[in-house]
Design a protein around this ligand. Sequence first.
Ligand code: SF4
Length: 78
Amino acid sequence: MAQLELRFPDNSPGQYYVDSNCIACDTCVGISKAHFRLTSNYDHAIVIAQPRTPNDIKQCDEALACCPVNAIGNDGGK
Ligand code: SF4
């Protein structure tokens, strides 16, 4: 489970985020380029846009479920 206190500051503001456990495997980007990308130095992934539609949410939830190190979180909009 991702940890809010480890959230990278370069994530787009909002409920979905990537934390510092990310190993830059690119899986989330492969699932949704609209919401995830690797940083320019390939250090880690970030959320570049928060989901707006039910289909967006489905994609982000799929990325969250497929992350091999559980580095994607959803804080529920806290
Ligand atoms: S799937 Fe997880 S480990 Fe892989 S790039 Fe995305 S956030 Fe990082």
